[in-house]
Each structure stands twice: as structure tokens, then as C-alpha cells.
Design a protein around this ligand. Structure first.
Ligand code: DP6
Length: 349
């Protein structure tokens, strides 16, 4: 039966996408609509069993408009970023046939059919870790599968990018590079996998939730203000990051934790220096974040080789990358010593 012949069917696809943490940061756009960055960035993808988004995309002739629910609550799809992702995926939709259910959707049908999308995060939104990265990556991937889009992960990443820049790096596991690209239309601004998740599986990532409050300045607004006002950002994008990207790729290839941690910490610190150099200045880290940096720096210096790298995004929470399980255990002991939890907090660990 053709899509239009019966109202009684629903065809759906479910996908799961992990979040990612940048070790060389993306901060600043050269095109706000297409979301094109001013420098390359590199990230590590987290284990999806801990931090991920699960998205189900469904289509049915019974649906009369595109709708979306996030963690069970309906959200608006009218924003430009959602519309870009939907438009780009629809433009690449192909025929879909499910003989067992008797469903046949032609390429042309996709222009008339509407989708319903339900998305869940497996981490508490209240922890302040809600990330648009996993969300838009999963949206692009689930819609791509639903509409039988033939594009590979890198090409899909260029669509996820138009939802949120950092999302393009969540289409792959392991270490991922977002190549900034040169084209005005953004066709070459996409993510590639540097190494898969097995390449360096000694690393253990611990996230210390310093504050669960919503950040005051969103990444989008913060980076726009940095581009407009920070001279340090221009220097960083042109002179510092291109060299750091090459050094980081080398460190990852060789599993060289000493270089990896030095580059990761330096890049996080420079990103926050750019925030301070923005007018008016943006403060994402707080006193607790600074204390964590001092603890890690002192510890690393007291050992023969660095044990832990730290990186902070647009908020005060610390992402701590330990060289192995022993270092991670030792890190958690130190965090519990310096920040003893209230007894009623223990259940949250
Ligand atoms: C500090 O990807 O959230 O986490 O592209 O405007 O949606 P938009 O911004 P977003 O910015 C992420 C900034 C960062 C660094 C990074 O992930 O590279």
C-alpha cells in the first residue's frame, strides 16, 4: 500500500548518541546560521551507557505537524536550528519500504509527511550536564535513518552541526576532529574520527558536578560576544589552535598522556582566558572550579608524570580525564577528601 492509502501505520526508528567533551575547544563562529567555526576542534566521545541521548523518530500519515518531546515534555520545533536539520535531512530522503508492515514511502512522500520525535537524556538535566551535542547528533542520525538517507556519518555530522556546533563531533566514538572547513556554504565543515574508542581505552573520565544551576551566558551568546570583542580569541584561532591541533593528534596517536594532559589543560585555560578577555567578561568557572584546578596541578607536579587532565566547558563543572583506573580511583579519593559530601548526598554517587 502507498503511504497515502491508509492512515493506520506508524514507521519509527530509535537511535542513541553519546555526548562529547572537547579537549581542543570550539569557541567562535564565522557564520552564525550555518554554524561554521573559526578553528578546528578535537573531542573525546563519552561512553553512551553513562551520558547519552536516545531519540525515536516516527512518521505516520496520521500526524498533521512536526512535533517533538524532550524528556516527556513537548518543545517547539520552530527554531531555526531544528528547522535546518529537518530541512537538510528531508532534502536527502529516499524511498522506504517495509514489506512486513506493508509500508511504502516514496521520496516524494517525505515532503508531505510529518514526523514526531521523542528524545530522552540518560543523565539528570538538573545536574547541569544537559548538552545540545548529544541531542542534535541523535536527532540528525535518527531522522537520517527514518528517511533512509544514504549519507555517511561525516556527511550527517555537517547536518548535526547546523543544530549545534559541538553536535557534529558526537556522530563518532573515540577521538573526533571537527574540521572547520573553508567553503562559504559549510559543505567541508564536518567531523572525522581520529581514532576509535578502543585505541586509548585506559582513559577514565570523571565529571565533578560543581553546580547544577543553568549557566548565565549560553555558549552561543558567549562565543558571539568573544568574536566581537576579544583580541585574544583572534590570536588563539589563527596562531595557537592550528599548532595545538597537530600536537594533540600526535599525542592521541601515540597515547602520550603527558602531552595530552598538558595540551588539554592549556586549551581549557586559554578558552577561559578568552572568556575573561570578552567585553563584558564572562565567568564560567567559580571558586570550586579553581580549587579543582589547583588540586590537580599540585598532584600532577608531585608525581613523575601527570595523572589527570582537566577541562571546563561553558560552566563550572570539571571534566577530569584520568590516565587509567588507578589514577581515577586516586582522583575520586582526593575529591572526596577536599570536598567531603554531606551524608545525605552519598546516594547520588
Ligand atoms: C565550550 O556547540 O554548545 O563546549 O554551536 O552555538 O550550539 P553552538 O555552541 P555549542 O558550544 C560548545 C562550546 C564548548 C566547547 C566545545 O564543545 O568545543
Amino acid at each position: 500500500m502507498m503511504a497515502s492509502e491508509s492512515q493506520n501505520w506508524v514507521f519509527m526508528v530509535t537511535a542513541q548518541t553519546p555526548t562529547n567533551i572537547a579537549v581542543i575547544k570550539y569557541w567562535g563562529k564565522r557564520d552564525e546560521t550555518l554554524i561554521l567555526p573559526i578553528n578546528d576542534s578535537i573531542s573525546v566521545t563519552l561512553d553512551p551507557s553513562h551520558l547519552c541521548t536516545t531519540t525515536t523518530a516516527a512518521v505516520s500519515p496520521a500526524f498533521h505537524q512536526d512535533r517533538m518531546w524532550l524528556n516527556g515534555k513537548e518543545i517547539s520545533l520552530s527554531g531555526g536550528r531544528f528547522q535546518s536539520c529537518l530541512r537538510e535531512i528531508r532534502a536527502r530522503a529516499c524511498d522506504v519500504e517495509d514489506e512486513t508492515k506493508g509500508i511504502k514511502i516514496t521520496k516524494e512522500d517525505w515532503g508531505k509527511l510529518h514526523v514526531h520525535i521523542a528524545s530522552y537524556n540518560n543523565f539528570p538535566t538538573a545536574a547541569g550536564l544537559a548538552s545540545s551535542a548529544a541531542g542534535f547528533a541523535c536527532l540528525a542520525y535518527a531522522l537520517g535513518k527514518l528517511m533512509n538517507v544514504k549519507e555517511d556519518e561525516s556527511q550527517l555530522s555537517a547536518i548535526a552541526r547546523q543544530g549545534s556546533g559541538s553536535a557534529c563531533r558526537s556522530l563518532f566514538g573515540g577521538f573526533v576532529k571537527w574540521i572547520m572547513g573553508k567553503e562559504d556554504n559549510g559543505s567541508d565543515s564536518l567531523a572525522v574520527q581520529l581514532t576509535d574508542e578502543k585505541h586509548w581505552d585506559d582513559l577514565v573520565i570523571v565529571i565533578a558536578v560543581v553546580s547544577s544551576r543553568q549557566k548565565e551566558t549560553s555558549s552561543t551568546t558567549g562565543m558571539r560576544e568573544s568574536v566581537e570583542t576579544s583580541l585574544l580569541l583572534q590570536h588563539r584561532a589563527k596562531e595557537i589552535v592550528p599548532k595545538r591541533i597537530l600536537q594533540m593528534e600526535e599525542a592521541i596517536k601515540n597515547r602520550d598522556f603527558a602531552s595530552f594532559s598538558q595540551l588539554t589543560c592549556a586549551d581549557s585555560n586559554q578558552f577561559h582566558a578568552v572568556c575573561l578577555d570578552t567585553c563584558p567578561p564572562i565567568f564560567y568557572m567559580n571558586d570550586t572550579s579553581h580549587r579543582i584546578i589547583s588540586i590537580v596541578e599540585k598532584w600532577n607536579r608531585s608525581e613523575e608524570a601527570p595523572q589527570v587532565a582537566y577541562t571546563f566547558d561553558a560552566g563550572p563543572n570539571a571534566v577530569l580525564i584520568a590516565r587509567n583506573r588507578n589514577a581515577a580511583t586516586s582522583l575520586i579519593q582526593r575529591l572526596l577528601y577536599y570536598f567531603p559530601p554531606n551524608s545525605d548526598d552519598l546516594s547520588r554517587f
